[in-house]
Structures are given as C-alpha cells and as structure tokens.
Design a protein around this ligand. Structure first.
Ligand code: NAG
Ligand code: NAG
Ligand code: NAG
Ligand code: NAG
Ligand code: NAG
Ligand code: NAG
Length: 455
C-alpha cells in the first residue's frame, strides 16, 4: 500500500489513517479514525486532493475539548478563478478528538467538527511567500497553547523556509474567525465546537460546516526562522539549555544529508551524510529524552547521537556558534562533553583500527591506560568517579611514528548532581516520555512504513 498510518494514541487506543482504502471510495484521500469510539472519515467535499503532512493530538484542560490538528497541502479552490492566488495552499485542519459523528444518516460516520485554515509563511521584509508545506515538527509544551508547530515550506523558486506557529494562535483563529463565504446567522452549536457528554453534532451545524469548511482568517506565523536556497525535506527541532543559561532551539534539516543549525543563525552548518548509499532522507524523528536522532531513507534507518559535534566541520567558530550544550571546543577539536556524576562508574572505549598500532588513553595529556598491539578495543575503566578524574580524555594511536587522536571526550561534573542521582526523576522522565512523545510515535510509525515498503 502506498501511504501511511498517520499516528495512534497509546492511551485511548485510537488509530488514525490516511491510507486509501478500496472498500470506501479508494480514490479520494480521507483522514480517518479507523479504531476508536466509532470509525469516522472526512467528508469528500472538505478537501481538494490533499497531500497529508503530519498530525498531532493536542490535549486541552477539559478532555471533551481535546483537538486533533493535521497539516496538509491541497489545490487552492480560488485558483484559477483568481489568477494571483497560488495554485496550492497549505492548511491546518482542526477536529474534536471526541467527535461522535452527526445525528443525520449522511453524517453518522463523518467527522462533524472539521474546520480548516490557511497556514501562511511569509517573509514580510521582502514579501516572499512560501506556500508548499513539506514537513512539520511539533514541540510540545506543558501548557497546550504554548506548544509550537515548526513548518518547513518551499516556494516555487525552490527556496525553503521554516515558520513557527503557536497552538494558542491556531486555536484562536478557529474559535473566533467567521466562516469563509458564509454570511448568515450561525447555528447555536457553532461549527467546530466540541460537545460535552458524548453528544452527536446537530444536523444544521453539520450542514453549515460541511458546505463552509474553511474559516476566513488565516493562520500567520509567529516567527520566520530561516530561509535558504536548499530544498530541505524534513525538519526536527531540539530545545536545549545552553551553557550560558539560556535556551536554544536546534533545527535539524534534511535533504540527502542532515544539517544542524542553531535556530537564530542565518547560515546552516554541520552536514551529516548518515547513509551508506547516497539517498534522500524520507523521515526524521528526534528522541529528546535519549538524545538521539533517527533518520530513514528508502532503505536504511540510522540512529545518530544528537551531540554530533564532529559534524560542525571542526571549525572553532561553528562549534561555538552552534551553541550546542553537548559540544565544546577543546584542544583544537569540537568535542563531545560527557557529564559523569561523582561516585559512578564510567568507561572510555577506543576501537582498534590497526593491529600494528599501540593505543594510549590520556587524561589532560597524561597517560592513564596503554594497549599494545593485539587488543580488540582499548578500554579505560573509571571505577569511582572523583574530582581529580575529571578532564579531557583522548585516545591516541601510534604507528610508525605517526600519532593520531581517535577519540576525545571531556568528562565534566553535572551542574546539578542531585538530578542525575535521584531515581524518581528518571522514572518521571520515562512516564513523561510515554505520555507525550506522540510526535515520536508518529515519526517511528512513518519510518516503520517506509521500511516495510522496501522489504
Ligand atoms: C501542487 O502543484 C503542483 C504543480 O505545481 C502539483 O504537481 C501538485 O500535485 C499540486 N498539489 C499539491 C497538493 O501539492
Ligand atoms: C498558557 O499559556 C497562555 C499563553 O502564553 C497563557 O495565556 C495561559 O495563562 C497559560 N495557562 C496556564 C494554565 O498556565
Ligand atoms: C568513591 O569514592 C568516594 C570518595 O573517595 C567514597 O566516599 C565512596 O565511598 C566511593 N564509592 C565507592 C562505590 O567505592
Ligand atoms: C567498544 O567499541 C567497539 C566499536 O564501537 C564495540 O564493538 C565494542 O562493543 C565496545 N566495547 C564496549 C565494552 O562497549
Ligand atoms: C595538551 O596538549 C595540547 C597540545 O600539545 C595542548 O594544547 C593542551 O593545552 C594540553 N592540555 C593540557 C590540559 O595540558
Ligand atoms: C606519539 O605518542 C607517543 C606516546 O603516546 C609520544 O611518546 C610521542 O612523542 C608522540 N609522537 C608525536 C610525534 O607526537
């Protein structure tokens, strides 16, 4: 099957899909709930040949008000009537997660809370419009209205741009905007309104929403972060505390290779080609908890540590500019910084590339371990981390008077030692991860689909 299951929610066992299903008019793309309270599908009149991009559940204070937002492109209904209108538009659609269908026989199996709005990504300085949404990354926040949507867009000149939206702004547009081309009085139950107590949507509300699914107001970006003359295909965002106490968002943008760029710098840098064979990135997912980036092409899935310091091209300037809290400029190299709590064990591993070489582990240029020829790995164990053992460790190979530094790791004391030692915090972090990493699941599923397609 070409297509993919968009996402599922673990807790309620709901499954949503955009796979075209032959039994139900397989030619028309629909957003469907295929498992949950009742099966529902979008009315065929509310979208024009859509290409789905991503979806997310946004929980609100009251469960009946929980929303599904999904992002897509579609053919613009205003084109070609209005010659100045773009041919395709990017949209955000809103549905009530608890939608029970309508009371009429025509609407019983349809989403009755669907509304859509245009997502604008415009650089107002030079009036450049980016109309083609390519990918979306959702950075969740404890307060739903502060959750941020990062949209990666293209324009017709093959430029890319990243625009950021807040869910609070999107929600407000749907709550307050009039419906496009609808000038009569609204029914008592407003189109798009979520109903308490598992009620079905009244027929008159469905009729209005189904014939006027678009709201008049468009969703404007809160910020345009960046544009570039590369055609990026995928976006990931990692928000991290920086060494200076601030917070930085690091964007990961993928073409065939992955680029890491700090949010506010004008130039991307740090290029990673993750695949064995040259290939485009099909999907990219961040696991902020485990600090790993998963990247998939048509045929490979690769897991990368987010501290991809080596990718900053070993220039001091880019290493520092990157402001990646996991990296630092040490002894002429962009180096991975590892925090190790006092009293814990740690080991340093240097894998052996030549059986004729000797390998030495140095701490601040002093030898701490030596491995002669014949070892498979040169490992230096630290049984009990103490203050004097912190420092910069490097593994140097020597063969025929040629020395090469293979690994550099900077071991530092965590700034808040308590946090690392306390067991309950880890548990909390895990619970948090299972509850809120929907966008991770989404990406993994998508990735699983890509892998299935090729095997
Ligand atoms: C958008 O426009 C292009 C042609 O410019 C077309 O190939 C594509 O299918 C259109 N539709 C969507 C949903 O992107
Ligand atoms: C959530 O964030 C919004 C927007 O910043 C703010 O107005 C609101 O008071 C916050 N709600 C809570 C419960 O903190
Ligand atoms: C590690 O060293 C510290 C300081 O010398 C000591 O107090 C602690 O008991 C040691 N821990 C272990 C597991 O040996
Ligand atoms: C050391 O690294 C090598 C190569 O990456 C790996 O095969 C080996 O399992 C590692 N050893 C340990 C103890 O982690
Ligand atoms: C280790 O040696 C390098 C190069 O010789 C030097 O730049 C660096 O300062 C030394 N580091 C320490 C901690 O002595
Ligand atoms: C190479 O390393 C060895 C010990 O690790 C040291 O004795 C020697 O001076 C180094 N050679 C160079 C050229 O740095």
């Amino acid at each position: 099957i070409r297509g993919h299951v968009l996402f599922f929610q673990e807790l309620s066992k709901d499954i949503y899909s955009t796979i075209r299903k032959h039994q139900y008019n397989g030619r028309t793309p629909r957003f469907r709930r295929i498992r949950g309270y009742t099966e529902l599908y979008t009315s065929d009149t509310v979208m024009n040949n859509p290409k789905f991009v991503k979806a997310a559940i946004i929980k609100q204070e009251e469960a009946y008000n929980d929303k599904i937002y999904y992002f897509f492109r579609e053919e613009n209904p205003d084109w070609p009537k209005n010659a100045a209108a773009p041919r395709n538009v990017s949209r955000v659609a809103q549905l009530c997660k608890g939608d029970r269908g309508g009371t009429g026989s025509l609407s019983a199996a349809k989403w009755t809370t669907f509304l859509k709005s245009t997502l604008l990504c415009v650089d107002s300085d030079n009036d450049r419009h980016f109309n083609q949404l390519q990918d979306v990354f959702i950075l969740e926040s404890a307060n739903w209205s502060e959750t941020r949507i990062y949209g990666l867009f293209w324009n017709e000149w093959e430029y890319s741009a990243v625009c950021v939206y807040s869910v609070g702004d999107i929600s407000k547009v749907f709550r307050t905007s009039p419906l496009k081309d609808y000038h009569e009085k609204l029914p008592p139950v407003r189109p798009g309104q979520c109903l308490e107590g598992e009620q079905q949507t009244p027929h008159e509300t469905f009729k209005v929403a189904d014939s006027h699914p678009e709201v008049a107001r468009r969703v404007k970006q809160e910020d345009i972060l960046f544009y570039s003359k590369h055609r990026y295909q995928q976006i990931g965002v990692h928000r991290a505390p920086a060494a200076d106490g601030g917070t930085y968002s690091i964007l990961y943008l993928a073409t065939g290779t992955v680029k890491a760029a700090p949010c506010l710098a004008s130039l991307p840098f740090g290029i990673i080609q993750p695949f064995l064979s040259p290939a485009g990135v099909r999907t990219m997912t961040l696991d902020s908890e485990r600090k790993e980036l998963f990247v998939a092409s048509e045929s490979e899935v690769v897991q990368l540590p987010m501290a991809m310091c080596g990718a900053y091209k070993d220039s001091c300037e880019s290493c520092i500019l990157a402001r990646d809290p996991d990296c630092g400029w040490i002894n002429g190299r962009c180096t991975s910084i590892v925090t190790v709590a006092p009293g814990t064990r740690y080991y340093l591993n240097c894998s052996i590339k030549s059986h004729h070489a000797t390998y030495t582990w140095l701490r601040d240029n002093q030898t701490v371990a030596h491995c002669g020829p014949g070892h498979r790995h040169c490992i230096h164990f630290i049984d009990n981390m103490t203050d004097e053992l912190y420092g910069t460790y490097s593994c140097v190979s020597q063969e025929d008077w040629f020395n090469q530094t293979l690994v550099t790791e900077c071991l530092t004391k965590p700034s808040n030692v308590k946090m690392l030692l306390e067991e309950p915090r880890n548990k909390m972090a895990k619970d948090w991860a299972t509850q809120t990493s929907l966008s991770l699941w989404l990406g993994l599923l998508h990735m699983a689909a890509v892998v299935l397609l090729t095997h």
